[in-house]
Each structure stands twice: as structure tokens, then as C-alpha cells.
Write a protein that binds this ligand. Sequence first.
Ligand SMILES: C[S@@+](CC[C@H](N)C(=O)[O-])C[C@H]1O[C@@H](n2cnc3c(N)ncnc32)[C@H](O)[C@@H]1O
Length: 277
Amino acid sequence: MFKENTISKHYTHGSLLDSIRAGIERLGKTPDTVGVEDLGPVDEFHIGGREASESFLDRLQLSPDDHVLDVGCGIGGTSRFVAYRYGSRVTGIDLTSEYIETGRVMCSWLGLEHLVVLEQGSAGAMPYSDGTFNTAYMMHVGMNIADKHLLTSELYRVLKTGARLAVYDVMRVGGGELTFPVPWASTAQTSFVATPGEYRNALELSGFRVVAERNRRDFALNFFARLQAKAATADSPPPLGLHIFMGNTAPLKIKNMIENISENRVAPVEIIAEKLS
Ligand SMILES: C[S@@+](CC[C@H](N)C(=O)[O-])C[C@H]1O[C@@H](n2cnc3c(N)ncnc32)[C@H](O)[C@@H]1O
């Protein structure tokens, strides 16, 4: 519990909704006119942003018949995108109250409250009945969760038999100390980066079958190179972007992230698994 409080404190901004509103104004829009596509740069708090989400989610063949769980949904940006793009019903759960409160308001701006429900809670003890969802995904969340087996067992419990689980996390791929701060942790105390093998073991121990794995290192480095090239020619940060979450520490966290990936200490990796009967 102590660690979870420390983690939600790490993510709490204090005036996130106001900062996003200000960004929208700089775009020349209002909460009534802003769309899912406009919000993309602030709605996806993971390496590769919406581009990564599209490629990741397209592998899940989602449809309006699906009830999808977004674990560690942040402000629910990916949840809104799933509802908008695939018409699925989405439930998002996240530890950080401010993210859930902000995300609910943003869902109302887009008229998506009927498809997207956001709730505060922990991935380790989710308030859902057994077999509730037919798909679940988790993007850049496992790095904050020490007990991967508790996490995968809880995911197994809330999924229906035959359901798919997709994970897109920063994982350990080599040795060497990580340089901190990084976007998910200020120090090593709240960073629980694990290897793809450790994820696979936890998944299989819980009853999942791993069906695919994809290392996104090259995509990530290319994404950061494009981001840096854009930043080099701009006078100020764009109206909406991940700097809104991370404030003054954003440049350092992103620099360290790039170093950790370039030095082959970590990489963003996707794993897709299926719940066996
Ligand atoms: C880097 S953000 C990613 C947010 C979102 N998945 C996205 O990609 O935009 C990590 C999120 O995980 C959440 N988180 C961390 N540990 C969690 C836990 N045990 N249960 C639920 N959410 C958690 C944090 O509150 C934060 O919103």
C-alpha cells in the first residue's frame, strides 16, 4: 500500500485538467469542439504515443461486441480511442485519482461516457467479477507493479475463457543500472522493470498461453529521433504533449529513457496472451 501511494503521488500533477484545457485553447479549440484525434498527443502516455497504440490495438481485432479492460488506463486516452475506433465498450482502471477525474471530464467532452467508464483502483485487486471482460490490455503499467504474478492472476480472473490479454511495457532486455528519473519512476524504489521471460513465466503460471511477442526498440528509437527533430525546430513545446504530465522534468526523463533504450538496458516490448480454459 505504501508503494501504491508513492506511485500515485509520482503521477499526480495537481492541475492536470486545467493544463489540458489550456493546451486545447492553444490549439484554437474548446472542450465542445475538440476531437479524439486532437487529444492524441496528451492521451497516450507511453512510448510511441498513438502510433504505438494503433499498431498494438490493431492486433486484437476489437469490435463493438467487445467489453475491454484498460489496466492502468491513466487519463483514459487509449480507452477513448478504442471506443472511437472500434466501437467497443471500455472499462479503465487506474491508481491515480486525478487521472480518473480528469479522464471522466474528457470523456464527457467527447460524448463517450456511454462507452467508456473510468474507475480508481489497483490492478492487484480489481473490483470486477470473474469472467467480466473478453479482452484486456495494459500499456506502460507493469513497470510500477512489483508482483507480476499477482497482476497476471488478477487479469486471468477477470477475463472470460478464450479472452486475449495484450501487454505493452518497458522491459529489461540487458544488464546495467538504469538511469533515473524516467517517466514511470523518479528513483529505483518504485521501478519494477522485468524481463520478457519473467512476464511470460507469470502469465503461464496464471494459466495464460503466450501467443506473440514483439520487441519495439527500433520503433522507439525512431520515434524519439522524430520527436527530437521536431523539438529542435520549435520555439516552445506543442500545445498538447506528454510534457503536460511530467512538467519541468520531462526533458530529463525523456533523455534518460532514450539512453536506457539505446544502451540496451530496457526496451518497449509487446506480449499477447490468451486465457486457456
Ligand atoms: C505511464 S502511465 C500509462 C497510462 C496509460 N496506460 C497510457 O498508456 O496512456 C502508468 C499508469 O499506470 C498507473 N498504475 C501504476 N500502478 C498501478 C496499479 N497497481 N494499478 C493501477 N494503475 C496503476 C499509474 O497511475 C499511471 O496512470
